[in-house]
Design a protein. Structure first.
Length: 294
């Protein structure tokens, strides 16, 4: 039995060209010249739990294309905010075109496939559903949900997402895994749009437009000096963000993260914080920067 295992796709309209490129340039060439029995996708197939007509069309066509190369297409339901709508999985319709959709965990031949983090997962932050010891009885464990690939033990893995979805993945390699006759191989993907952090704004001009870019500023003076240039340059790139690491931004960010009350109270507290800032430029910048977050 030869199985290709892939992680989160997070299909949305903007990502469709990139996902198409990844399958056309990386995944299909990998399997076209070899015999694969099946592909298992580990959940978060869609990014939103109410996919658009375009996303549904692309998703169905992708499954039909995969069926040319695999005898079986297995897709796990993430069972979370990306997947469930009125307690129904948004991938369930794919069963009507021959895919095997699985709600929750999938276990076969003492091999465990799931979509959650363990206590020991790099980005669990206390949210792990169980620990390594709870899955120790399985021959192998393959998990989705965490976008960064991670070898938890010699037989337990987070496969990672097939594309860069957020900037906490900036230092990752994107890969898929092959399981055949008890042997595992990691295959690095070359087609995902690269993601970079930039600390020196003079390096922006050297980057290709098809790049996901985050510029990090460590002081307000640095931001103020380069804001116009950076915002102009940012329009060149596929994705562009600014991270403000200086003190005022950090204080407001921490205030937002620690809040547990209603959205209305969050808005009031953040607005109150901004109103107390004396520096007009900082006040205006932070007001604009954090309005979207609340």
């Amino acid at each position: 039995m030869k199985t290709l295992i892939i992680g989160d796709l997070h299909i949305d309209e903007r990502s469709i060209p990139e996902i198409t490129t990844i399958f056309d340039n990386d995944i299909i060439p990998l399997v076209a010249g070899s015999h694969f029995d099946r592909i298992i996708q580990l959940g978060d197939w869609f990014h939103y739990n109410r996919p658009t007509p375009l996303e549904l069309k692309f998703s169905s066509e992708l499954v039909q294309n995969l069926q040319v190369y695999f005898k079986e297409v297995i897709i796990l339901s993430g069972t979370g905010e990306h997947d469930l709508y009125h307690n129904e999985s948004v991938i369930s319709h794919l069963a009507s075109i021959g895919a095997k959709t699985v709600k929750g965990d999938y276990i076969e031949d003492n091999i465990f496939y799931g979509h959650f983090m363990l206590h020991e997962s790099r980005f669990a932050f206390g949210t792990g559903r169980m620990g390594i010891k709870d899955l120790a009885k399985y021959k192998y464990v393959f998990l989705g949900h965490q976008h960064s690939p991670q070898e938890l033990t010699m037989k337990m893995f987070h496969v990672g997402s097939i594309r860069y979805c957020s900037f906490n993945e900036v230092n990752d390699k994107k890969e898929v895994m092959i399981l055949q006759d008890g042997l595992i191989a990691n295959i690095e993907l070359k087609a995902p749009i690269p993601m970079v952090d930039i600390l020196d704004v003079t390096k922006l001009e050297a980057l290709a437009p098809m790049t996901k870019v985050r510029v990090i500023f460590n002081s307000f003076d640095e931001y103020k000096k380069n804001a116009s240039y950076v915002n102009k340059m940012g329009k060149r790139f596929f994705q562009f963000k600014i991270k403000m690491n200086f003190e005022e931004a950090k204080k407001l960010d921490q205030s937002f993260i620690k809040l547990d009350s209603t959205k209305s109270n969050k808005n009031n507290l953040i607005q109150s914080y901004i109103d107390k800032i004396e520096d007009k430029d900082i006040k205006e910048m932070l007001d604009k920067q954090f309005k979207e977050a609340i």
